[in-house]
Design a protein around this ligand. Structure first.
Ligand code: NAD
Length: 491
């Protein structure tokens, strides 16, 4: 795909926008890379109509046939992996090695939910009466899915695969800053046999096409992945239309290291936890909490490793940390780093890049702040950039209290060799995902989602199939002599 050709993909056809111009800058140079017209409310309305018809065609196929189509989709995504990864890397500024790994995961998602398409069995409930009570799971007709700019193709696959596997029609509205890989993905789904209209992409702005989609009564559910403020507005708009929402919001996850841990492994993993995706990851291990007796050693090891990370162009296979996706976010990260220094945190390494080759783009050197206290702004805000905050603690209770502070509860990790402490901590950390002696493992097979400020609902595993279906209870009388609870015999 030529990334300049951005338009909505509705009912199997490209639908150019006619709203205000949307300008996307190249994260490596800061130059204008793409311009297109906002799809606006018109594209949203067209997609809602197409999804009604496409959804009927999708559900008219047998469940096994839908599974076969999604298996074919998984194969096509895997076969196109290199092209998709290159597109994602160019348009989202993601290092090519990360983009390859994420595209491979998208193929896995389709393979996984392809297998479930004909295994959404119902139940027979042993009710106390003479009825046969059958419970079936019915797909929601049309679901709307809004995705962010930090992992465009990954979040698109993460939502589309289970929705289609459950038998829903989907309307995907990717971030206006990164629509290209979502359009390419949906083209492949059509080539694999997903009917026109059963899956659509609306290329447009949040307040225009996004707002129109989430406020419509034809929608069975709104699934939102993005920032807290927008998520709450989206859920409110869906509620006004009487529709439920699933929210996957931000995080400020704690990575907790006890003195008895394998400190070298923990120090290495702490870098990957925050600096992968240049910190633009909802599960980023943004807060490193370290037991005081090993605190200075960990600060030194983590900072030394961080200073050696290769910051560079996304298309360089050696690049470990790429640019920030967009100018607004870039400026926000730099301002936050200044605020951290002003608040008295110890800047050990990092800051704005001094590499002249990268100076025009949105590059930030991986940054480590030590001696961060919980009330500092950098300890509380989701920076969504390559900034690690390190804080010491003295007791297990203090570590738990620090981990559970703040507005987010998405993920967390604990490093210890004490198996009892590992279990205690896994129970005590309030988060949708907890890792022990590791960080960042995710699988489509396991449920993922946040608690409290990080959102609600689950986006993977078997749990997500419940999100995209609803139970129907059918009561069949099996005793023809049974007496109706009310009513008189006809004479
Ligand atoms: P965002 O909230 O700005 O936008 C998300 C999506 O919502 C975009 O498609 C946007 O166009 C759309 N949108 C914006 N305003 C809208 C409106 N009024 N009505 C309908 N749609 C609207 O988020 P972002 O800046 O693109 O992404 C970064 C955020 O995403 C971070 O907070 C990050 O933590 C979060 N995120 C969460 C997860 C997760 O699974 N929990 C995963 C990735 C990113």
């Amino acid at each position: 795909m030529n990334e300049g050709d951005v338009a909505s993909l509705v009912g199997g056809a490209m639908l150019p926008g006619c709203g205000e111009p949307v300008v996307i800058e190249d994260a490596t140079t800061g130059m204008v890379a793409t311009r297109y017209a906002d799809g606006g409310e018109a594209a949203a309305e067209a997609a809602l109509c197409a999804a009604e018809e496409g959804g009927r065609a999708w559900r008219a196929l047998s469940a096994s046939r839908r599974g076969a189509v999604l298996t074919q989709a998984a194969r096509r995504i895997a076969a196109a992996g290199e092209d998709l990864a290159a597109l994602e890397s160019r348009t989202a500024g993601k290092p090519i090695r990360d983009a390859r790994a994420e595209v491979a995961k998208v193929a896995e998602m389709f393979a996984f939910y392809a297998g479930f398409a004909d295994k959404l069995f119902g139940d027979v409930v042993p009710v106390a009466t003479s009825h046969l009570n059958i419970v079936t799971r019915e797909p929601l007709d049309t679901v709307v899915q809004l995705t962010p700019w930090n992992a465009p193709i990954f979040t698109a696959g993460w939502q589309l695969a289970p929705a289609l596997g459950a038998g829903c029609a989907a309307i995907l509205k990717p971030s206006e800053l990164t629509p290209q890989s979502s359009i390419a993905l949906v083209r492949l789904l059509h080539e694999a046999g997903v009917p026109d209209g059963a899956v659509n992409v609306v290329a447009g702005l949040g307040p225009t096409s996004g707002q129109r989609l989430v406020s419509d009564e034809r929608v069975g559910k709104v699934v939102f992945i993005g920032s807290v403020g927008t998520g709450r507005r989206v859920a409110a708009a869906a509620a006004m239309a009487g529709r439920p929402a699933l929210l996957e919001l931000g995080g400020k996850s704690a990575n907790i290291v006890f003195a008895d841990a394998d400190l070298r492994r923990a120090a290495r993993a702490a870098q990957g936890a925050i600096f992968a995706a240049a910190g633009q990851s909802c599960t980023a291990g943004a807060r490193l909490l370290v037991e005081r007796s090993v605190y200075e050693r960990m600060v030194e090891w983590v900072s030394a490793g961080t200073a050696r990370l290769k910051v560079g162009r996304p298309d360089d296979p050696a690049t470990e940390v790429g640019p920030i996706n967009n100018r607004r976010q870039f400026e926000s990260v730099l301002q936050t780093i200044e605020a951290g220094t002003a608040d008295g945190a110890r800047l050990v390494t990092g800051g704005r890049t001094d590499d002249r080759d990268l100076a025009r783009g949105f590059f930030v050197r991986p940054t480590v702040f030590a001696d961060v206290t919980p009330e500092m702004m950098i300890a509380r805000k989701e920076i969504f950039g390559p900034v690690l905050c390190v804080t010491p603690f003295d007791t297990e209770d203090e570590a738990v209290a620090l981990a559970n502070e703040g507005a987010f509860d998405l993920a967390g990790a604990v490093w210890t060799r004490d198996v009892f402490r590992a279990h205690r901590m896994a129970r005590a950390i309030r988060a949708g995902t907890v890792w022990v002696n590791g960080y960042r493992s995710l699988s489509v097979m396991s449920p993922f989602g946040g608690m409290r400020g990080s959102g609600f609902g689950r986006s993977s595993g078997i749990d997500v199939l419940r999100e995209y279906t609803q139970a129907k209870s059918v009561w069949i009388e099996t005793d023809e002599t049974a007496v109706a609870p009310f009513g008189y015999d006809v004479p």
